[in-house]
Design a protein around this ligand. Structure first.
Ligand code: GLU
Length: 489
């Protein structure tokens, strides 16, 4: 590699929404290869499909990339020598190239209306032929353009693609050849003066000196067109690697119908970025030797293109959950705290996030709920601590079993005056009191803890009872016991 120029790779999302896990994988593999080889990782925004752009999506994509730990060296927000990095700010560059192609006879104006194109397509279909735009014998000139505009026709520019076979030397898929006869004169500049994806993508890769393009396999069919454009423009053709498609568990292309597919959703559902990125890394790549758990640094160390497979990987949500559980279990207290704070800052459904507890309480929650899979489990287990007393819903089955049948109401009657007398509301004091009661009543702790649990939470799930009572505080505990006693009919 030493005599080769350093690799320049890019991630080029369209700002149509949140970052998808497929996009995250593309970004990750590009990032890994850049880091591995001492290359450069660029992020640019492909926003020429203006109908599909979502305002603010670029900021969200950046936020998710950063959350995953994938920082870029050049591009949007960070700048660099080859900008601007938003395609809509590069229109002048594209127009210049289009003018050059027209002047050289490599591209030409076309004025067909949608209806005319549609009619031709239908005719080809009826004749069972593939539709190919018929290149005119004489390319329209500026006066034709003027006339067409006056007639209200759309004026586009088409690329006069040379009739030669094109082979993509794909580093994952191998050589893929498309016969010249199948390539047609596609549009490079739309009637509104905005280039199509193909043109902008090729000009930007050249302008940003990208020498290695890694992207999803859905783009492979377009690559011969891109190579043809590069040749017409005298640009070098970068190396290509198209990544296998990510499938759902049923073997269909992963889509939203299977559940969440956006990085942000996993973030808001309390996954750790290190677990998610590790899981994503294995979607089409593996370091071999059954190795699965890796930090980003280890991935950089182990990454290589030749270990990207051709087989379409499956997006196994159970595996992701298992990864997350393991990562949570192995995380340091500090790391978990930081990740939990991030979760609370993005979650729109967490009761605890809404209650905005102080740092000490957040730390306690992580301690008393340990063993969880994802952060919302903490809400499931301890969310009741943070709601108004009036919001506690008593689960009829729990009331019936624990409070009525097992004598819980009577136990709460006993406990209430004793708890009222506890002056310093700490674990040791509560423990002394409750174990004393167990002994004097000759019962196991469950007979004391379970009624308390139902009284303060409405159900039978909570952290350990002392932890629960301490987190609740004395006033809330007593109020909820009284409310529970009022349930007795
Ligand atoms: N803009 C394309 C996308 O939205 C990326 C195309 C490419 O990587 O060449 O995924």
């Amino acid at each position: 590699m030493s005599d080769q120029p350093p690799l320049r790779l890019r991630f080029a999302p369209s700002p149509t929404g949140y970052l998808h896990v497929g996009g995250a994988r593309t970004a990750l593999f590009n990032w890994l290869l850049a880091r591995k080889t001492g290359g450069t990782f660029i992020v640019r925004i492909e926003d020429t499909d203006t109908d599909r752009n979502v305002p603010g999506a670029d900021a969200k994509i950046m936020d998710d990339l950063r959350w995953l730990g994938l920082l870029w060296d050049e591009g949007i927000d960070v700048g660099g020598p080859n900008g601007p990095y938003y395609q809509m700010q590069r229109l002048e560059l594209y127009h210049e190239v289009v003018r050059r192609l027209i002047a050289e006879g490599k591209a030409y104006y076309a004025f067909d209306t949608q209806e005319e194109l549609e009619a031709r397509r239908k005719q080809a279909e009826a004749e069972k032929k593939a539709f190919k735009y018929p290149r005119p014998e004489r390319f329209p000139d500026e006066s034709d353009v003027k006339r067409a505009r006056l007639e209200g026709r759309p004026v586009v520019v088409r690329f006069a693609i040379p009739a030669e076979d094109i082979t993509v030397h794909d580093e994952v898929m191998g050589d893929v050849t498309v016969p010249g006869a199948e390539l047609d004169d596609f549009v490079i500049l739309k009637a509104d003066g905005i280039p199509t994806y193909h043109l902008a993508n090729v000009i930007d890769d050249a302008g940003m000196k990208v020498n290695f393009v890694m992207r999803g396999q859905e783009f492979l069919a377009q690559t011969p067109r891109h190579i043809a454009l590069q040749r017409a423009l005298g640009y070098p053709t970068p190396r290509y690697a198209h990544l296998p498609l990510i499938m759902d568990m049923k073997g269909r292309k992963l889509s939203k119908r299977d559940g969440d597919v956006e990085v942000h959703s996993f973030r808001a559902q309390g996954y750790l970025p290190e677990a998610l990125i590790n899981f994503i890394a294995l979607l089409g790549w593996s370091p071999g030797a059954d190795r699965e758990k890796m930090t980003l640094d280890e991935m950089v160390e182990l990454f290589s293109i030749d270990r990207i497979g051709k087989t379409n990987p499956k997006f196994d949500r159970e595996k992701l959950l298992a990864f997350n559980t393991d990562y949570v279990g192995a995380a340091s207290e500090e790391r978990l705290q930081a990740a939990y704070d991030d979760f609370l800052s993005v979650s729109e459904t967490s009761t605890i996030a809404r209650a905005n507890p102080d740092r000490e309480t957040r730390r306690e929650l992580l301690r008393v709920c340990r063993g969880f899979h994802t952060f919302p489990d903490i809400d499931t287990k301890a969310g009741f601590i943070f709601v108004d007393d009036a919001a506690i819903q008593y689960d009829p089955a729990a009331v019936q079993k624990v409070l009525v049948k097992d004598g819980g109401f009577a136990m709460l009657e006993n406990l209430l005056p004793l708890l009222e007398k506890v002056e310093v509301w700490t674990t040791p004091n509560l423990e002394a009191l409750l174990t004393g009661i167990c002994e004097s009543h000759g019962v196991k702790m469950g007979k004391v803890a379970q009624p308390l649990r139902v009284a303060v939470s409405g159900g039978t799930i909570s952290p350990a009872i002392y932890d629960t009572l301490v987190l609740l505080g004395k006033d809330k505990t007593l109020r909820r016991i009284r409310n529970a006693l009022a349930q007795r009919s």
